[in-house]
Ligand binder design. Structure first.
Ligand SMILES: Cc1ncc(COP(=O)(O)O)c(C=O)c1O
Length: 384
C-alpha cells in the first residue's frame, strides 16, 4: 500500500473520465437521469440525499486513510456522531461514553437519544477496569474520544476495543483530534471511527462536516441508511472543499504539532501558569500511552493561570494573534474558554467530575510562526 502522503493526495480521486479534470468535479445535482426502469441505478446514483459522486469520492478517501472498508460523510461532526448512535443503539439498550467528550456529544446523548429509551453512562475511559465494570448485559456501544475535548485525556484504544469485543458491543472512536495521520483506531481494534471534518481534515475554518469510517461492510450499510433516512449527508461542495484540505493534512499536522510542543513548553516554564496539558510533555500523566498508540501528539493544548477564571479571562482578552473562537484544528490559532463556549451545557458537577475547570483555557495551535504565537501569549500573561 502506498504511503499516507501519497494516499491523502490521490485516494478517491481519479481524473474525470469525460473532461480529464484533475480534481473530482463538484456534481452539483439533486437527481440523476436513469436509462430505463429496468436499469434503475445502473450508474450508482439516483438522488443526492442517498449518494452523490463528489461525496462518494470524499468517502472513499476517508475510508482509505482510516483503513476501513467504507465511509459515510455527514453535514457536520455532530450529524456523524448522531448517525453512529442512531445506527447502533435502540430502545432498551445501553451505551458507555467517555466522561470527557465534546459537549455536543454529551448533549445529543443526554437530551435527545435518552428520550427514546436509550440509557447512557459516562465513564472515565482512561481507566480500563472502570469501563469493564460499567458494561451491562444490554451495552451495545462504547463511544470514546481520544484525546478528549478539552482536557486531552486519553483512552487506551486496544484495551477498550478488547472489552467491547468481549461483550459484543461496538467500539466507536472520535478521532477528530489526531486524525488518521497520527492515530488509526481501526488498526487498534475499534469498529468505527468518527470525525468532525470541520477540524484538521478541512483545516481552514471553511466548512462544517463529518464522516464515519467502518471496518465492516454491514456497519457501512447501517451508516449509509441513517445518512439517507435522516437526510444528514454532506453537500457536494463541502465534500469537494474538504478533499482539498485533506491533501495537505500531514504537513499541517506536523507543523501545528511542533508549534504546539513549543507553546506547551513555554507555558510549562511560565511562572504565572499553574497547569499545562499536552500529551507530548513528559509531565502529561498519560504520556507513555500517547507515544504507544499514536505517531504524533496533535496541536491542542490547555492551561490554567494563577488567579483562576478572572486571570484566564484577562489572557483571552489580551491576546491579539490568537482569536477567541470555538473551532479548532485549522491553520489559524484559536483560544477558547470551554466552560462558557464548547461545554457550557454540561452541569457543573459533570464538568468538575471530568476535570473541566472554570479556569481552563484551551488552545488550538495553528500554522503561524511559533515565536509570534509565544510572543503574543507572553504579552497576554504579563497583563495578569
Ligand atoms: C472532538 C469533537 N467531536 C465532534 C465535534 C462536533 O463536530 P461539528 O462541530 O463538526 O458538528 C467536535 C466539535 O467541536 C469535536 O471537537
Amino acid at each position: 500500500m502506498a504511503g499516507f502522503r501519497t494516499r491523502q493526495v490521490h485516494a478517491g480521486v481519479t481524473p474525470d473520465p469525460t473532461t480529464g479534470a484533475i480534481l473530482t468535479p463538484i456534481h452539483q445535482a439533486t437527481t440523476f437521469a436513469q436509462e430505463s426502469v429496468e436499469e434503475y441505478m445502473a450508474r450508482g446514483y439516483s438522488y443526492s440525499r442517498a449518494a452523490n459522486p463528489t461525496v462518494s469520492a470524499f468517502e472513499e478517501k476517508m475510508a482509505n486513510l482510516e483503513g476501513g472498508v467504507g465511509a459515510a460523510a455527514y453535514a457536520s461532526g455532530m450529524a456523524a456522531t448522531a448517525a453512529v448512535m442512531m445506527a447502533f443503539l435502540g430502545a432498551g439498550q445501553h451505551a458507555l461514553v467517555s466522561d470527557v467528550v465534546y459537549g455536543g456529544t454529551h448533549r445529543f446523548a443526554t437530551r435527545v437519544l435518552s428520550r427514546f429509551g436509550v440509557d447512557f453512562d459516562f465513564v472515565d475511559t482512561a481507566d480500563n477496569d472502570l469501563i469493564a465494570a460499567a458494561v451491562k448485559p444490554n451495552t451495545a456501544l462504547i463511544f470514546t474520544e481520544t484525546p478528549a475535548n478539552p482536557t486531552l485525556k486519553l483512552t487506551d484504544l486496544a484495551a477498550v476495543s478488547d472489552i467491547a469485543r468481549e461483550h459484543g458491543a461496538i467500539h466507536a472512536v472520535d478521532n477528530t483530534f489526531l486524525t488518521p495521520y497520527y492515530q488509526l483506531p481501526l488498526e487498534l481494534g475499534a469498529d468505527v471511527v468518527v470525525h468532525s471534518t470541520t477540524k484538521y481534515l478541512d483545516g481552514h475554518n471553511a466548512t462544517l462536516g463529518g464522516a464515519v469510517v467502518a471496518a465492516r461492510i454491514e456497519h457501512v450499510d447501517e451508516l449509509k441508511f441513517i445518512q439517507k433516512s435522516a437526510g444528514s449527508i454532506t453537500s457536494p461542495f463541502v465534500a469537494w472543499l474538504t478533499m482539498q484540505g485533506v491533501k495537505t493534512l500531514s504537513e499541517r499536522m506536523d507543523r501545528q504539532s511542533s508549534n504546539a510542543m513549543e507553546v506547551a513548553r513555554f507555558l510549562e516554564a511560565h511562572p504565572k501558569v499553574t497547569a499545562v496539558g499536552y500529551p507530548g510533555l513528559e509531565s502529561f500523566p498519560q504520556h507513555d500511552l500517547a507515544k504507544r498508540q499514536a505517531t504524533g501528539f496533535g496541536a491542542m493544548v490547555w492551561f490554567e493561570v494563577e488567579g483562576g477564571i478572572e486571570a484566564g479571562k484577562t489572557v483571552m482578552r489580551s491576546v491579539e494573534l490568537w482569536t477567541l473562537a470555538e473551532n479548532l484544528g485549522a491553520v489559524e490559532s484559536l483560544i477558547t474558554h470551554p466552560v462558557t463556549m464548547t461545554h457550557g451545557e454540561m452541569s457543573v458537577e459533570e464538568r468538575s467530575k471530568a476535570g473541566i475547570t472554570d479556569g481552563l483555557v484551551r488552545l488550538s495551535v495553528g500554522l503561524e510562526d511559533s515565536e509570534d504565537l509565544i510572543h503574543d501569549l507572553d504579552f497576554a500573561l504579563a497583563q495578569v
